[in-house]
Structures are given as C-alpha cells and as structure tokens.
Design a protein around this ligand. Structure first.
Ligand SMILES: *Cc1c(COP(=O)(O)O)cnc(C)c1O
Length: 378
C-alpha cells in the first residue's frame, strides 16, 4: 500500500494499479465521488458543459468539432462512433497491429458494415505508404481507422503520417486514442481527423464508466439516422446535449464529477505535455530498472510509447509468472498479465496518478521477489 508523500496518489489505501486502466487515481478525484447529484439539476448541467468544453479543448477541436460523452467503457464509445459514422454505403479500412484494432473489426462485422483490414505484426508500427497503396487500390473505401497507442503492446502508431495520407485521398479518419488522449499529442487544429475516441479512466486519470468522442460537426450532421441503435447513436446523444444541456439517459453522475475534477488537475499539472513528461519519467525509471534486473522489453524503443511497457517473461527455469504476480499483488502492486500471439510477456502500465518514486519502490519489490523465487523454487 502506498504512503509515499512524494507520490501523486499520496495517502491512498488502494493498491497501485500498473495496468492499462482502470488505474490509480488521485485522492481529489476519488473525493469528488462522495456526493450526490441531480442529473437534471443546473449544477450538474453546468458540470456536463465544463466536461464537454474541457474535452474539446484538450483535442484542439474548438473550431470544427463537438464533444460527445457516452455512458460505458471505452469499447462502448468505439462501437457508438463506428455505428454512427459508418453507413450501409460506406466501407471502413482498419489498420491493425494489436488486439484493439481486431476488436474494432469485430464491431464493424457485428454492425453488418463493410470493412477491410490491413495488418502488421504486433511489434511493428503501421506504415503510411501501405495505407496510401490500399486507398489507391480500393476506391470504395470511405473511412480509415487506427489505434493511436496500441495498448496490447504499448506501441505508438504514426498518427500524423497516416492522417496526411488519408486526408490526401479525401477520406475520413477515425482514431482510437483511448490510451493516449490527455498525454500524447493530438491536435485537431493541425491534424485532419474526423473522430477521436477515448475514455475517462486512462491518461485523463478519471474513474471508469464513461467514454467520449470528439467528432467533426459536419460529419456528425451527415450521420443523422445512420445508427440503428438507440443508446449508441452519437448524433442523438449530441442533439440531446445541444437541446437542453442534459444527458438523454441517466448519466454516471459521480463518474462525471470525478472526471471534471481530474481534468482540472490535468490543467494544473501543465496539460498533456507535462503529463507526458511524467509518464516518460515513469517509463524510463521502470524500463532501466527492469533491464538491470535482467528483464527485456518486447518493443524496440523507436516504436515504444511511454504508456505501458511489455516485458518478456524471464526464461529462467525457476521463474513462475502466477507466483510473481501474486507476490507483487500481496505487496500492493497490480500488473497486467499479457499473452501476445508471439511471446510470453507481461505488461506494466506507466499511466495514472503515479510518479517515478512509485516505480522505484516497485523495482525494489520486484528485485526482492525474484531473489526469493530463485532461492525457493525447486
Ligand atoms: C482501453 C482501451 C479500449 C477500451 O477498452 P475498455 O475495456 O472497453 O475500456 C479501446 N482501445 C484501446 C486502445 C484501449 O487501450
């Protein structure tokens, strides 16, 4: 358990979550959930307005985009965005190098919309020139989708290069920025993107229960009536907010309160650039320390985002991952078991209200557990 005064989550009695979300939150964010809100009351309507404005501002989308929060986890907002924007006459090209790209493809199939997949190995970044060729070869494609940071491995895809290619062909781009929004650079003023999707409980350091999309207003207006789902229709959800500032259906009021509080903290921290620096420091302390303990990173540094680190499991005959996991959990650190198709690995998240000192303590604990396992495993 964490009692480190230097840490952003000082005083927490919760475990430190070194996972890709939900993740460790600050005391102020948890505190924001300790009261009730009337969902149709002016105070909550004002909070919803602040939420939507802050999300739009973080994306740099004030001139051409609108922000639409939706109840549910991150996958809900991906399904809602795809279902709202991709109509029966459209065709979506999905760029895939991990589990979240594959998940988007299953969503499109479920929705009975046309899709094509372009795949890369899990340890390789998407290549803009292959996207260029695919768009030249198939004029039926109307939309392209990619995952900005593929949380499966922690790989950062080249968003700006792909966006330039897609815009050059006059197509729409959908970006799953779930594990990058709020920390890695996304600027709708500079980069041509139709829709960005993310959720409360990753780099924004809110609690789970809410996703949101920032969508070009013109494309959203054109999407009226496309989505056969009542709950997931983001055009209708947007119209609801525009009509009276209220959510169409019961909002997760405490989740909204926590997220608004977390967004104010993001601003006082210095915005996404400052948050990225903290995460980078977390990643550097973690990766250097783990390498000194004999662990190896799965990805090359050139494609690695400072969001989540994937390590190979040690090949030493005495190493037992389940015991390693349990021993870490018993000492207050939850990591993420991750089986890639290519290798036995595990993941350690670098995001959340945690700082380099948390990672120094983590490394000390890993060191002790490894020594213990080596001596006690027959
Ligand atoms: C977390 C995440 C999602 C959504 O996952 P949920 O479990 O539904 O919140 C989608 N895409 C990426 C890249 C993610 O990291």
């Amino acid at each position: 358990m964490n009692h480190d005064a230097q840490s952003p989550n000082a005083g927490s009695l919760s475990p430190i979550l070194l996972t890709p979300g939900p993740l460790t939150t600050s005391a102020a964010t948890r505190q924001a959930m300790t009261r009730d809100w009337g969902s149709r009351d002016d105070a909550f309507i004002a909070m919803t307005r602040e939420l939507r404005e802050r999300l739009l501002g973080l994306a740099g989308g004030q001139t051409r985009h609108v922000s639409i929060p939706l109840q549910g986890s991150g996958t809900f907002i991906v399904e809602a965005t795809v279902g709202t924007l991709i109509g029966p006459a459209d065709k979506l090209l999905i760029l895939i190098n991990g589990a979240y790209g594959e998940r988007m493809l299953s969503i499109v199939h479920r929705l009975n919309r046309r899709a094509e997949a372009l795949r890369w190995p899990e340890n390789q970044a998407i290549e803009a020139d292959r996207v260029d060729r695919a768009l030249r070869d198939d004029p039926d494609i109307t939309h392209v989708a990619l995952v900005h940071c593929e949380t499966t491995t922690g790989l950062l895809n080249p968003l700006d290069a792909v966006a330039t290619v897609v815009a050059g062909h006059g197509k729409a781009l959908l970006v799953d920025a779930m594990s990058s929004f709020g920390a890695l650079d996304i600027d709708l003023e500079r980069t041509p993107i139709t829709a960005v999707m993310a959720s409360a409980n990753k780099c924004l350091e809110g609690v789970p229960g809410l996703g949101f999309a920032v969508i070009e207003e013109q494309s959203l207006r054109a999407a009226k009536g496309i989505n056969p789902s009542l709950c997931f229709d983001l055009y209708e959800q947007w119209q609801g907010f525009e009509r009276n500032g209220q959510w169409r259906f019961t909002p997760p009021v405490q989740v909204v309160a926590a997220l608004v509080t977390a967004l104010r903290q993001l601003e006082s921290e210095g915005g996404p650039a400052a948050r990225r620096r903290r995460y980078q420091e977390n990643f550097d302390v973690l990766s250097q320390g783990m390498e000194q303990l004999g662990f190896r990173l799965f990805l090359e540094k050139s494609v690695q985002a400072p969001i989540i680190a994937t390590f190979f499991q040690p090949t030493s005959p005495w190493f037992r991952f389940p015991l390693f996991y349990q021993a870490l959990a018993a000492r207050g650190f939850l990591i993420y078991p991750g089986k890639l198709s290519q290798a036995d690995t595990f993941r350690v998240g670098c995001i959340g209200a945690i700082g380099p000192d948390d990672f120094r303590r983590f490394l000390g604990v890993v060191d002790a557990i490894m020594t213990e396992q080596k001596e006690t495993t027959p």
